[in-house]
Ligand binder design. Structure first.
Ligand code: GLP
Length: 266
Protein backbone atom coordinates (compact mmCIF):
# COMPACT_ATOMS: atom_id res chain seq x y z
CA UNK A 1 0.00 0.00 0.00
CA UNK A 2 1.25 3.46 -0.89
CA UNK A 3 0.09 6.20 1.48
CA UNK A 4 0.50 9.81 0.39
CA UNK A 5 -0.29 12.58 2.86
CA UNK A 6 -0.80 15.71 0.81
CA UNK A 7 -0.81 19.13 2.45
CA UNK A 8 -4.23 20.17 1.18
CA UNK A 9 -7.42 18.92 -0.46
CA UNK A 10 -6.31 20.64 -3.68
CA UNK A 11 -2.98 18.80 -3.70
CA UNK A 12 -4.77 15.50 -2.98
CA UNK A 13 -7.11 16.14 -5.92
CA UNK A 14 -4.26 17.07 -8.29
CA UNK A 15 -2.30 13.93 -7.38
CA UNK A 16 -5.32 11.69 -7.95
CA UNK A 17 -6.16 13.35 -11.27
CA UNK A 18 -2.52 13.00 -12.39
CA UNK A 19 -2.69 9.27 -11.70
CA UNK A 20 -5.92 8.94 -13.68
CA UNK A 21 -4.38 10.96 -16.52
CA UNK A 22 -1.32 8.69 -16.62
CA UNK A 23 -3.62 5.66 -16.73
CA UNK A 24 -5.54 7.14 -19.70
CA UNK A 25 -2.34 8.02 -21.55
CA UNK A 26 -1.08 4.46 -21.05
CA UNK A 27 -4.41 2.92 -22.06
CA UNK A 28 -6.95 5.26 -23.73
CA UNK A 29 -9.65 2.59 -23.48
CA UNK A 30 -9.24 2.22 -19.71
CA UNK A 31 -12.08 0.98 -17.56
CA UNK A 32 -12.51 3.43 -14.69
CA UNK A 33 -14.39 2.68 -11.49
CA UNK A 34 -15.86 5.93 -10.17
CA UNK A 35 -17.07 7.13 -6.79
CA UNK A 36 -19.48 9.82 -5.64
CA UNK A 37 -19.53 11.84 -2.41
CA UNK A 38 -17.86 15.17 -1.74
CA UNK A 39 -14.33 13.73 -1.61
CA UNK A 40 -13.69 13.13 -5.36
CA UNK A 41 -15.35 16.38 -6.52
CA UNK A 42 -11.97 18.17 -6.63
CA UNK A 43 -10.42 15.31 -8.60
CA UNK A 44 -13.24 15.46 -11.14
CA UNK A 45 -12.76 19.23 -11.45
CA UNK A 46 -9.08 18.72 -12.30
CA UNK A 47 -9.99 16.03 -14.86
CA UNK A 48 -12.48 18.42 -16.50
CA UNK A 49 -9.77 21.09 -16.62
CA UNK A 50 -7.30 18.62 -18.14
CA UNK A 51 -9.90 17.67 -20.76
CA UNK A 52 -10.79 21.26 -21.65
CA UNK A 53 -7.32 22.80 -21.54
CA UNK A 54 -5.01 19.93 -22.37
CA UNK A 55 -7.26 17.70 -24.46
CA UNK A 56 -7.27 14.72 -22.09
CA UNK A 57 -9.34 12.24 -24.08
CA UNK A 58 -12.13 10.15 -22.55
CA UNK A 59 -13.69 9.02 -25.85
CA UNK A 60 -12.68 5.38 -25.41
CA UNK A 61 -13.02 5.23 -21.63
CA UNK A 62 -15.57 2.90 -20.04
CA UNK A 63 -16.89 3.82 -16.59
CA UNK A 64 -18.58 1.88 -13.81
CA UNK A 65 -19.88 3.67 -10.75
CA UNK A 66 -19.75 2.02 -7.38
CA UNK A 67 -23.28 2.50 -6.19
CA UNK A 68 -26.69 4.14 -6.43
CA UNK A 69 -29.59 4.69 -4.08
CA UNK A 70 -32.52 2.36 -4.54
CA UNK A 71 -35.62 3.94 -6.03
CA UNK A 72 -34.02 7.23 -7.02
CA UNK A 73 -34.35 7.88 -10.73
CA UNK A 74 -31.26 9.05 -12.65
CA UNK A 75 -32.83 12.51 -12.97
CA UNK A 76 -33.34 12.93 -9.20
CA UNK A 77 -30.98 15.66 -8.02
CA UNK A 78 -29.62 13.44 -5.22
CA UNK A 79 -29.11 10.37 -7.37
CA UNK A 80 -25.53 9.36 -7.99
CA UNK A 81 -26.18 9.34 -11.73
CA UNK A 82 -27.18 13.01 -11.51
CA UNK A 83 -24.09 13.73 -9.40
CA UNK A 84 -21.81 12.09 -11.98
CA UNK A 85 -23.47 13.87 -14.92
CA UNK A 86 -23.07 17.24 -13.25
CA UNK A 87 -19.61 16.81 -11.77
CA UNK A 88 -17.94 14.91 -14.59
CA UNK A 89 -19.74 13.26 -17.49
CA UNK A 90 -21.40 16.42 -18.91
CA UNK A 91 -18.02 18.15 -19.08
CA UNK A 92 -15.84 15.51 -20.76
CA UNK A 93 -16.08 13.55 -24.00
CA UNK A 94 -17.00 10.18 -22.51
CA UNK A 95 -19.31 8.21 -24.80
CA UNK A 96 -22.70 7.95 -23.01
CA UNK A 97 -23.00 4.31 -24.02
CA UNK A 98 -19.81 3.56 -22.08
CA UNK A 99 -21.20 4.94 -18.81
CA UNK A 100 -22.53 2.52 -16.21
CA UNK A 101 -24.16 3.65 -12.99
CA UNK A 102 -26.29 1.12 -11.08
CA UNK A 103 -29.92 1.72 -11.96
CA UNK A 104 -31.82 2.62 -8.79
CA UNK A 105 -35.17 1.89 -10.39
CA UNK A 106 -34.30 -1.63 -11.50
CA UNK A 107 -37.39 -3.78 -11.01
CA UNK A 108 -35.45 -7.02 -10.62
CA UNK A 109 -32.61 -5.91 -8.39
CA UNK A 110 -30.87 -9.29 -8.10
CA UNK A 111 -30.84 -9.79 -11.86
CA UNK A 112 -29.64 -6.26 -12.31
CA UNK A 113 -26.73 -6.84 -9.90
CA UNK A 114 -25.69 -10.01 -11.73
CA UNK A 115 -25.85 -8.15 -15.04
CA UNK A 116 -23.70 -5.34 -13.61
CA UNK A 117 -21.02 -7.82 -12.53
CA UNK A 118 -21.14 -9.42 -15.99
CA UNK A 119 -20.76 -6.04 -17.69
CA UNK A 120 -17.65 -5.29 -15.64
CA UNK A 121 -16.21 -8.64 -16.72
CA UNK A 122 -17.19 -8.10 -20.36
CA UNK A 123 -15.35 -4.77 -20.29
CA UNK A 124 -12.23 -6.64 -19.18
CA UNK A 125 -12.40 -5.67 -15.49
CA UNK A 126 -11.75 -2.32 -13.86
CA UNK A 127 -8.28 -0.90 -14.53
CA UNK A 128 -8.40 1.90 -11.98
CA UNK A 129 -10.94 2.25 -9.20
CA UNK A 130 -11.48 5.53 -7.32
CA UNK A 131 -12.82 5.23 -3.78
CA UNK A 132 -13.85 7.47 -0.92
CA UNK A 133 -14.45 6.25 2.60
CA UNK A 134 -17.54 6.65 4.78
CA UNK A 135 -17.26 7.68 8.44
CA UNK A 136 -17.99 4.06 9.43
CA UNK A 137 -15.27 2.73 7.13
CA UNK A 138 -17.50 1.79 4.22
CA UNK A 139 -16.26 1.79 0.65
CA UNK A 140 -19.06 2.21 -1.90
CA UNK A 141 -22.01 1.30 0.37
CA UNK A 142 -20.40 -1.72 1.99
CA UNK A 143 -21.46 -1.00 5.54
CA UNK A 144 -19.76 -2.63 8.55
CA UNK A 145 -20.33 -6.38 8.48
CA UNK A 146 -20.27 -6.61 4.69
CA UNK A 147 -18.50 -9.77 3.62
CA UNK A 148 -15.01 -9.09 2.35
CA UNK A 149 -15.98 -11.35 -0.57
CA UNK A 150 -19.28 -9.59 -1.30
CA UNK A 151 -20.45 -8.82 -4.83
CA UNK A 152 -22.80 -6.23 -6.31
CA UNK A 153 -26.04 -6.40 -4.34
CA UNK A 154 -28.69 -4.52 -2.42
CA UNK A 155 -27.49 -3.14 0.92
CA UNK A 156 -29.26 -1.50 3.84
CA UNK A 157 -27.56 1.71 4.96
CA UNK A 158 -26.57 2.29 8.57
CA UNK A 159 -28.12 5.02 10.67
CA UNK A 160 -24.82 6.90 10.56
CA UNK A 161 -24.65 6.85 6.76
CA UNK A 162 -28.26 7.99 6.52
CA UNK A 163 -27.45 10.87 8.91
CA UNK A 164 -24.21 11.72 7.05
CA UNK A 165 -26.09 11.87 3.76
CA UNK A 166 -29.07 13.80 5.14
CA UNK A 167 -27.21 17.07 4.44
CA UNK A 168 -27.85 16.59 0.74
CA UNK A 169 -31.62 16.17 1.09
CA UNK A 170 -34.28 18.76 1.99
CA UNK A 171 -35.85 16.42 4.51
CA UNK A 172 -33.98 13.66 6.43
CA UNK A 173 -36.95 11.35 5.80
CA UNK A 174 -36.16 11.48 2.07
CA UNK A 175 -32.72 9.85 2.47
CA UNK A 176 -32.99 6.40 0.94
CA UNK A 177 -32.47 3.46 3.29
CA UNK A 178 -31.23 1.06 0.61
CA UNK A 179 -28.67 1.16 -2.14
CA UNK A 180 -27.27 -1.01 -4.92
CA UNK A 181 -23.54 -1.29 -4.39
CA UNK A 182 -20.54 -3.11 -5.79
CA UNK A 183 -19.28 -5.56 -3.18
CA UNK A 184 -15.94 -5.50 -1.41
CA UNK A 185 -14.96 -8.53 -3.49
CA UNK A 186 -15.93 -6.70 -6.69
CA UNK A 187 -13.81 -3.71 -5.70
CA UNK A 188 -10.80 -5.84 -4.77
CA UNK A 189 -10.73 -7.22 -8.33
CA UNK A 190 -9.85 -3.80 -9.76
CA UNK A 191 -6.30 -3.84 -11.06
CA UNK A 192 -5.41 -0.61 -9.30
CA UNK A 193 -7.20 1.39 -6.60
CA UNK A 194 -6.96 4.98 -5.37
CA UNK A 195 -8.57 5.69 -2.00
CA UNK A 196 -9.15 9.36 -1.22
CA UNK A 197 -10.00 10.94 2.13
CA UNK A 198 -9.92 14.47 3.42
CA UNK A 199 -10.84 16.36 6.56
CA UNK A 200 -10.43 15.75 10.29
CA UNK A 201 -13.72 13.81 10.42
CA UNK A 202 -12.07 10.97 8.49
CA UNK A 203 -8.82 10.80 10.52
CA UNK A 204 -9.89 8.07 12.99
CA UNK A 205 -11.47 5.75 10.44
CA UNK A 206 -8.57 6.20 8.02
CA UNK A 207 -6.13 5.14 10.76
CA UNK A 208 -8.28 2.11 11.60
CA UNK A 209 -8.63 1.09 7.96
CA UNK A 210 -4.96 1.46 7.04
CA UNK A 211 -3.14 0.51 10.24
CA UNK A 212 -5.73 -1.55 12.11
CA UNK A 213 -6.68 -5.19 11.61
CA UNK A 214 -8.38 -6.39 8.43
CA UNK A 215 -11.98 -6.83 9.45
CA UNK A 216 -15.43 -6.88 7.89
CA UNK A 217 -16.32 -4.28 10.53
CA UNK A 218 -14.24 -1.74 8.58
CA UNK A 219 -14.77 -2.54 4.89
CA UNK A 220 -11.92 -0.27 3.76
CA UNK A 221 -9.44 -2.38 5.77
CA UNK A 222 -9.85 -5.05 3.05
CA UNK A 223 -7.74 -2.81 0.83
CA UNK A 224 -4.72 -3.97 2.82
CA UNK A 225 -4.99 -7.24 0.86
CA UNK A 226 -4.79 -5.54 -2.53
CA UNK A 227 -1.48 -5.30 -4.40
CA UNK A 228 -1.84 -1.89 -6.00
CA UNK A 229 -3.55 0.60 -3.69
CA UNK A 230 -2.55 4.24 -3.43
CA UNK A 231 -4.18 6.14 -0.59
CA UNK A 232 -4.12 9.91 -1.01
CA UNK A 233 -5.08 11.96 2.06
CA UNK A 234 -5.00 15.57 3.02
CA UNK A 235 -3.06 16.49 6.17
CA UNK A 236 -6.15 16.36 8.40
CA UNK A 237 -7.32 12.94 7.27
CA UNK A 238 -3.77 11.63 7.73
CA UNK A 239 -3.31 13.16 11.19
CA UNK A 240 -4.00 9.99 13.22
CA UNK A 241 -1.69 7.64 11.34
CA UNK A 242 1.06 6.17 13.51
CA UNK A 243 3.52 5.91 10.66
CA UNK A 244 2.71 9.31 9.15
CA UNK A 245 6.37 10.39 9.28
CA UNK A 246 7.43 7.34 7.30
CA UNK A 247 4.71 7.86 4.65
CA UNK A 248 5.72 11.53 4.32
CA UNK A 249 9.37 10.61 4.00
CA UNK A 250 8.65 8.00 1.29
CA UNK A 251 6.59 10.54 -0.68
CA UNK A 252 9.30 13.21 -0.43
CA UNK A 253 12.05 10.80 -1.46
CA UNK A 254 10.07 9.52 -4.44
CA UNK A 255 9.35 13.07 -5.60
CA UNK A 256 13.01 14.04 -5.15
CA UNK A 257 14.69 10.96 -6.60
CA UNK A 258 12.26 9.07 -8.88
CA UNK A 259 9.06 11.10 -9.50
CA UNK A 260 7.59 8.44 -11.79
CA UNK A 261 7.29 6.19 -8.71
CA UNK A 262 4.68 8.49 -7.14
CA UNK A 263 1.39 6.61 -7.52
CA UNK A 264 3.09 3.21 -7.51
CA UNK A 265 3.33 0.81 -4.61
CA UNK A 266 7.02 0.55 -3.86
C1 GLP B 1 -21.24 7.63 0.31
C2 GLP B 1 -20.73 6.87 -0.91
C3 GLP B 1 -19.29 6.47 -0.78
C4 GLP B 1 -18.46 7.66 -0.31
C5 GLP B 1 -18.96 8.12 1.03
C6 GLP B 1 -18.16 9.27 1.61
O1 GLP B 1 -21.63 6.78 1.31
N1 GLP B 1 -21.51 5.71 -1.18
O2 GLP B 1 -18.81 5.97 -2.02
O3 GLP B 1 -17.11 7.31 -0.23
O4 GLP B 1 -20.30 8.55 0.86
O5 GLP B 1 -18.70 10.50 1.24
P1 GLP B 1 -17.92 11.85 1.31
O6 GLP B 1 -16.87 11.80 0.24
O7 GLP B 1 -18.96 12.90 1.02
O8 GLP B 1 -17.34 11.95 2.67
Amino acid sequence: MEIIIADTYEEMSELAADMIERQLLRKPSSVLGLATGSTPVGTYKVLVRKHKEEGLDFSKVITFNLDEYLDLSPSHSQSYRYFMDHNLFNHINVDPKNIHVPYGHASEVEEFCEWYEEEIKRAGGIDLQILGIGADGHIAFNEPGSSLGSRTRLKTLTQQTIEDNARFFDNPEEVPRFAITMGVGTILEAKQIILLANGAKKADIVAQALEGPITAQVSASALQMHRQVTVILDAEAGSKLKRADYYRWVFQEKKRLVPRLVGKVT
